[in-house]
Design a protein around this ligand. Structure first.
Ligand code: NDP
Length: 325
């Protein structure tokens, strides 16, 4: 019998209940996986709470995991039993010991990478890849602002941007997080609970401001972020850790300097097999070369998924968070 976290009604972390489940056998184009490590991402909290509605209840949350192929379905030729594979962009249902997966979402794991490292890097690393390689081609010498720089996406972003040669200004919620962000290549750290990040960015850049703001915090930072941008700068609003951003009056973007605003999602940048493979290859390269280290800040048992969500939403975590089934 397999175990899975099941959500029967949306709500707080307590709605995630460990449950015995039947996994069944894989159909055509599918494999059955025994999962060895599972990524916990902020998006899982939006699914659990109902902020991002899920059409069919009950459901098992989670978009990311690594594991071993135990059984292959009809017509599967690119994978075999015993292969180590991972996925970072669903389909949803990764909070489980075992599951059925379509092969089109799976990527073989390079031998040198450990399970915990992989579970901590696929969704977050692919996100960073599209943020600085696909949505915007970040260049050496460019200065950008990244909110929540010591988080899961944040620590990977700081290292990758540094590797490219960009200057990163990062916001963080504590002194401890400031140290972590700096150690990951963040050039200037702003403690945004105590300091006004808009005037700090202005001071750090001698009034030049930044070319791109990457804002996954949302409600508390969105409006200020617009004021950190140079003329024709790019506002990337990619998350809601503090709540959804306020409605935007499109006309306000003119006087602020003809700004660009985008609200991207990972799926629209990794939705085709070619995009997914390209992103994974680039990610495996920067991690394999040592340019980017994956910091798994905390791990929990599968049954402690609610505890993990609670810590993530309470700003207690740093780097990546994983579950071990
Ligand atoms: P993090 O590990 O970054 O955790 C979120 C961080 O946000 C916290 O640690 C905290 O850092 C900061 N934060 C600020 N205000 C709050 C608040 N009120 N409540 C909780 N946290 C707050 O999470 P992830 O790395 O998993 O994700 C980061 C962001 O990126 C999320 O918004 C997520 O939804 C988004 N995302 C978007 C994707 C996309 O394609 N659009 C894909 C992947 C992630 P601090 O204490 O330093 O302020």
């Amino acid at each position: 019998m397999a175990r899975a976290i099941v959500v029967r009604e949306t709500g707080g972390p307590e709605v995630m209940i460990g449950t015995d489940v039947q996994v069944g056998t894989p159909g055509p184009g599918e494999v059955r996986l025994r999962q060895t490590a599972i990524g916990v991402n902020f998006i899982d909290t939006y699914h659990r709470s109902g902020l991002y509605p899920i059409a069919n209840l009950p459901f098992t949350p989670g978009m990311e995991a690594v594991g071993e192929v135990e059984e292959i379905g009809e017509g599967v030729t690119d994978l075999k039993e015993g292969d180590r594979v991972c996925y970072g962009n669903g389909p949803m249902g990764s909070y489980a010991s075992d599951r059925i997966m379509p092969t089109g979402s799976l990527i073989k794991v390079p031998g040198a990478l450990g399970d915990e490292q992989v579970a901590g890097m696929m969704l977050r690393g692919l996100t960073v890849w599209y943020l600085l390689r696909s949505l915007h081609d970040l260049k050496a010498g460019e200065t950008v602002l990244f909110h929540a720089a010591a988080g899961g996406v944040g620590l990977i972003f700081c290292q990758w941007a540094k590797h490219i040669g960009a200057t990163v200004i990062g916001t963080v919620g504590s002194e401890e997080k400031a140290e972590l962000a700096k150690a990951s290549g963040c050039d200037h750290v702003i403690l945004y609970k105590n300091e006004d990040f808009v005037s700090k960015v202005n001071a750090i850049t001698d009034g030049k401001k930044v070319s791109v703001v990457y804002d996954g915090v949302g409600k508390d930072t969105f409006m200020g972020s617009l004021d950190c941008l140079q003329k024709r700068g790019l506002m990337v609003s990619f998350g809601n850790a503090s709540g959804p951003p306020p409605a935007l009056e499109i006309g306000s973007l003119g006087p602020k300097g003809s700004l660009f605003v985008t609200r991207p999602t990972l799926f629209d940048y990794t939705g085709t097999r070619d995009q997914l493979v390209q992103g994974c290859n680039d990610l495996f390269d920067v991690v394999g070369s040592g340019a980017v280290n994956i910091e798994v800040g905390q791990s929990y048992g599968l049954e402690q998924a609610g505890h993990a969500h609670n810590d993530l939403e309470s700003r207690k975590t740093t780097g990546s968070t994983i579950l071990l089934p």
